[in-house]
Design a protein around this ligand. Structure first.
Ligand code: RIB
Length: 307
């Protein structure tokens, strides 16, 4: 695959993030007052593409946005980051929107209205065959229809690799699970993907996930780093201590960095170690894409530690 045009093809969602800072995220039936509204480019797919491009990866995005101001905001952000947007389709529904509240610890709650993301079809994927043939690695997530994700798994070029972040989580078809290398989940997502029977330790979660068919898995563990596992065993990946401002998009930056480094031939533990540093940098600023680091910025982060 040395003649690939793209280090990474991202297939996924693009949302306008409507963000309000709050002292405390509201409980059911509760109204709270928050900050002025901020509108940022977001969406798990668009975030992955920007994160990879900012690190230096030759990146393309296959997505759908509406013919509206939010769509133009998203396309501008992709082009500014250096992402090839030839695969971004326009029209069919309004651009997806994410309503996001962020509390002082940097944690968020998100509701997504998929809009145009829900109209990204298997036919759109099949029509983008040229992008798949040119991509060393393909990454995706679950803010687009599951049948479209299945079409992505079926469209991989020989020798290319699928990285799937199962977020927001659902039970996955066997054809998708079998193509994942790796499947990336947190604990909650692991529970949904496995149907609940997980066991006590991250090692048991990894075994339960591998039994479903992916070639490898990555379980993100927040401040405790991550656990990676494949047929050859498991390894812990340390976290990087930083002061969190806004965690939105950190998982997307992690996934993008992991996919890029795997495509460069790194081992799963080494690529996940680098991705943990990128994800840490991504929580240190407001919004999703605005805080994604360059490779030079990743190099200045403090040392990682196993807690
Ligand atoms: O992962 C973060 C992203 O989730 C946000 O940018 C929001 O758009 C939602 O898709």
């Amino acid at each position: 695959m040395d003649d690939c045009g793209y280090d990474l093809l991202v297939v996924g969602s693009a949302n306008a993030d409507l963000v309000i800072g709050v002292e405390r995220r509201p409980a059911a039936g509760e109204t709270v007052l928050g900050s002025d509204l901020a509108v940022h480019p977001g969406g798990k797919g668009a975030n992955q593409a920007v994160a990879a491009a900012r690190l230096g990866a030759r990146t393309a995005l296959l997505a759908r946005v509406g013919d509206d101001a939010h769509g133009r905001l998203l396309l501008d952000a992709q082009r500014e980051a250096g992402v090839d947007t030839a695969g971004v389709l326009v029209g069919g529904a309004p651009t997806g929107v994410a309503l996001i509240t962020v509390d002082p610890s940097g944690d968020n709650s998100i509701v997504v209205s998929p809009g145009a993301n829900g109209r990204l079809t298997p036919e759109d994927v099949r029509a983008a065959e040229g992008l798949f043939l040119a991509a060393r690695v393909v990454s995706t997530q679950l803010e687009i229809p599951l049948r479209t994700v299945s079409a992505v798994a079926a469209s991989l070029a020989p020798g290319s690799r699928l990285v799937l972040n199962a977020s927001p989580p659902v039970r996955l078809p066997a054809v998708v699970l079998a193509a994942c290398d790796p499947l990336i989940v947190n604990e909650h997502e692991a529970r949904v993907v496995t149907g609940g029977a997980l066991g006590e330790s991250p090692g048991e979660w990894a075994a339960a996930l591998l039994a479903l068919g992916p070639r490898s898995v990555v379980i993100t563990l927040g401040a405790e780093g991550a656990l990676v596992a494949d047929g050859s065993g498991t390894a812990r990946v340390p976290s990087v201590p930083v002061d969190a401002v806004d965690t939105t998009g950190a998982g997307d930056a992690f996934t993008a960095a992991l996919a890029w480094r795997l495509g460069r031939g790194e081992s799963l533990p080494a690529a996940a170690g680098y991705a943990a540093r990128v994800g840490a940098a991504a929580v240190t600023g407001q919004g999703a894409q605005g805080s994604f680091p360059t490779a030079a910025e990743v190099a200045t982060l403090p040392a990682a530690s196993l807690s």
